[in-house]
Design a protein around this ligand. Structure first.
Ligand code: UDP
Length: 376
């Protein structure tokens, strides 16, 4: 293919991978981002006061079973060993998340072995629900009302702004239930934290003579017409000026505060009680256990519905959104010369490794057939 003049909208992970691959392949790539920094929502920045590396838009932990993606990410940064563990405060006590044998024994004041705990939980769980549809049914079916109410009900209500019976069971299926003392949040083979943060990793991807970076630059659909092909990692509904309505997102508000010493002793503390308004508190220095800092930076996190001026985080994907998304996808498929990628471009909640995988595959496909889609 002869070199093309390409536009990538969004300097987050998806955009950076596509820009990198296609610049290396010989194309001229302009990367435009409406914000004045790279990295999208995985942007990281050192706090000038404490020196702590802050995950500016909330915690991001790289975890994958995809060996090629792990090797790929390691080309752009040195990953330091990091194993994510989460604690949760509920009903005045602290427990380990995801639910494991320790959580179950502590919660029920018992000393059960795996088989005993399994048999005990079976007496609490509602197994009459044969095919759980909602988050609530899934939780009751799996673990019963006590654990559901202490750890999931309040948290989920705060996180999603609706009753767990309105959410699909798939939201809970992201989390494991373990009858062992394995308290790692993620089970994937490869896990780590980039030594100098995610933005440094993304900067290394964008560091190529054929890449031009334009920050603080909001590109319209009309402006994009001058390019041979566009990869849009911005919101799919925004691209079409919300012609079919606004897709629902949850946004996050962070109350940032600093502390001398160690505030909570762990990176992430969840709060299960409905009465506590925040969902979790993140202590950023624990994401970099190889660094030493006397000061500490914390984020108290609350979720709410995303307004037009807010930063979108979690696609809501309830029935209405799915219908609207299907209509936008139809528009997107008819849009010549534009490929929609990433969390916002495809309106899906993507882990970082999946974003990289899909971006890499998209770039490869473009090289083969000059479009971001498989030929019909
Ligand atoms: N969840 C919960 N209590 C917790 C942690 C998670 O109820 O302490 C629920 C919540 O609804 C969340 C879902 O489980 O959206 C999936 O958890 P995960 O950690 O994957 O959340 P995310 O990455 O979406 O923040």
């Amino acid at each position: 293919m002869k070199p093309q003049n390409l536009l990538v909208v969004g300097a987050g992970l998806s955009g950076a991978v596509i820009a990198h691959e296609l610049a290396v392949a010989g194309h001229q790539v302009t990367v435009a981002d409406a914000r004045n920094h790279i990295g999208g929502n995985c942007h990281t920045e050192r706090c000038a006061e404490t020196g702590v590396m802050v995950h500016v838009y909330g915690p991001h932990i790289f975890h994958t079973d995809d060996e090629e993606i792990w090797a790929y990410a390691n080309r752009f940064t040195r990953f330091r060993p990091y194993r994510h563990r989460v604690q949760t405060t509920t009903q005045g006590r602290v427990y380990s998340m995801p639910i494991n044998l320790h959580t179950i024994n502590q919660f029920f004041g018992a000393a059960m072995r795996p088989d005993e705990a399994r048999a005990f939980v079976a007496t609490r769980a509602d197994r009459s629900i044969s095919e759980p549809q909602s988050f609530e049914e899934q939780a009751l079916h799996l673990i019963g009302p006590e654990i559901y109410e202490a750890f999931f009900k309040g948290y989920t209500q705060k996180q999603w702004g609706c009753h767990p019976r309105e959410l699909p069971a798939s939201v809970l299926r992201r989390l494991p239930l373990r009858y062992s003392y394995d308290d790692l949040y993620f089970a994937q083979r490869f896990q780590g934290m980039p030594e100098e943060g995610y933005s440094a990793m993304v900067a290394a991807m964008l560091d190529h003579p054929r890449i031009t970076l334009q920050l603080g630059c909001k590109i319209t659909r009309t402006e994009a017409k001058g390019f041979d092909h566009v990869f849009n990692s911005g919101p799919i509904d925004g691209w079409f000026d919300h012609a079919l309505g606004r897709l629902g997102y949850r946004t996050l508000d962070f109350r940032r505060f600093t502390h001398q010493g160690d505030y909570q002793g762990c990176a992430v503390m969840n709060y299960g009680d409905a009465e506590v308004p925040w969902t979790r508190i993140t202590e950023h220095k624990h994401f970099a256990p190889w660094e030493e800092h006397a000061g500490s930076v914390l984020y108290e996190e609350r979720a709410r519905d995303c307004g037009p001026e807010d930063i979108p985080y979690y696609p809501i994907r309830l029935v209405n959104e799915k219908r609207m998304l299907a209509d936008y996808v139809e528009l997107a498929e008819a849009e010549r010369g534009v490929t929609f990628v990433g969390r916002l471009g495809t309106y899906r909640y993507l882990d970082m490794d999946v974003s990289i995988r899909e971006a890499l595959d998209t770039a490869r496909l473009f090289q083969i057939c000059g479009s971001g889609r498989m030929p019909a």
